[in-house]
Design a protein around this ligand. Structure first.
Ligand SMILES: [Zn+2]
Length: 243
């Protein structure tokens, strides 16, 4: 039965209950947003940390490569010196020419290596600059996250106290609900939340847009408890409606 002519309930009470349930839903939503903001912030911090680690890793690798090349350069320089000594005491023209060729080849190889070392050092410089930037970004993200956590905590406390106030108001208002409706009211509130109540808008249910017959509206004007035949919401006339 969508309505029971025996049960009367005032539009003022239903309006108030709906307003309070909407406030609660809004507050619940805003309270739930806090942890999501913190989680999103954690992802920013993790990303900044990963960026920093990858630059650190690249820098370590570039340093290793540069060190290796410098060692190679030095050992080849020693080798060239040794060849030079041998060259000075070469026993034959053939040996002399072979040593000369070898020295020229080693010098050529070292010249290429020197260029590569310069390139590697440029890369290291670039990575060191980049590391400073990503390290700063990481620090900034950590600071931002700390601020975010503090802000969310303050905001949540504020919202919780507002919610407590609204809940107290709800408890007071619910005392005015006729006892015979209470079980149904609790059941619908539990399953539909703020949508358990709906204003009549343009002769339709404001919750599901079901068109309501004139009989429904007439009974509502007499403060008869009416449920929407479609979505089961407790219907009420908005304040602007003439009674
Ligand atoms: Zn409806």
């Amino acid at each position: 039965m969508p309505s029971d002519p025996k049960i009367e309930i005032s539009a003022t009470l239903l309006r108030k209950l709906h307003r309070i349930h909407r406030q609660r839903a809004d507050l619940d939503g805003r309270i739930a947003r806090g942890p999501r903001q913190i989680t999103a912030g954690e992802a920013f911090v993790a990303k900044a940390e990963a960026d920093m680690s990858s630059v650190k890793e690249a820098l370590k690798k570039a340093n290793l490569i540069s060190d290796e090349k410098q060692l190679q350069l030095k050992s080849r320089e020693v080798q060239i010196d040794q060849l030079q000594t041998k060259l000075n005491s070469a026993a034959s023209n053939r040996e002399f020419n072979l040593l000369k060729e070898q020295i020229a080849a080693d010098k050529q190889a070292n010249s290429v290596l020197s260029d590569e070392i310069l390139e590697a050092m440029d890369e290291i410089d670039g990575l060191e600059t980049k590391l400073k930037d990503v390290a700063t970004e990481f620090e900034n993200q950590k600071d931002a996250q700390q601020n975010r956590i503090a802000e969310v905590a303050a905001k949540t406390a504020e919202l919780q106290s507002e919610l407590a106030r609204v809940n107290a108001e709800l408890e007071q208002s619910e005392k005015q609900i006729p006892t015979e409706v209470m079980v149904e009211y609790r059941r619908v509130i539990k399953s539909k939340g703020e949508d358990a109540l709906a204003p009549v808008e343009d002769e339709s249910c404001g919750g599901c847009y079901q068109v309501l017959t004139t009989q429904y509206i007439d009974r509502l004007r007499l403060s008869v408890l009416i449920r929407c035949p479609n979505c089961n919401a407790f219907l009420y006339l908005p304040e602007s409606t003439r009674v």
